[in-house]
Design a protein. Structure first.
Length: 100
């Protein structure tokens, strides 16, 4: 089950109707997978999923939706918006070594 519902994502992006439902659902799945890879664990391990992680999912879904073409005029191409990564850095698995 997704941490963010299709209805919430559509409300966030102000999408009416259901013509984009399949695409938005795909973006939700992709965003949750990307975030899991970024933080080093599935978001389902964050139970319950914190509100700021849900916001990061919504922002990433919006980013995917707005930048679905190879080039989008006026937007810099990046893997994820800085606001998404700055939220998620708090949940990232930290790997430290003792220098050996």
């Amino acid at each position: 089950m997704s941490a963010v519902s299709l209805e919430l994502a559509k409300a966030h992006m102000k999408i009416d109707g259901n013509a984009e439902d399949e695409l938005v659902s795909l973006y939700i799945d992709g965003a949750e997978t990307w975030i899991g890879n970024y933080i080093g664990k599935p978001i389902t391990d964050l139970d319950p999923v914190p509100a700021d992680v849900k916001i990061a999912i919504l922002r990433l879904v919006s980013f995917y939706f707005e930048c679905r073409n190879i080039a989008t005029f006026g937007l810099s191409m990046q893997l994820a918006p800085h606001t998404v990564t700055s939220i998620l850095d708090n949940y990232r698995e930290k790997w430290f070594t003792d220098g050996e």
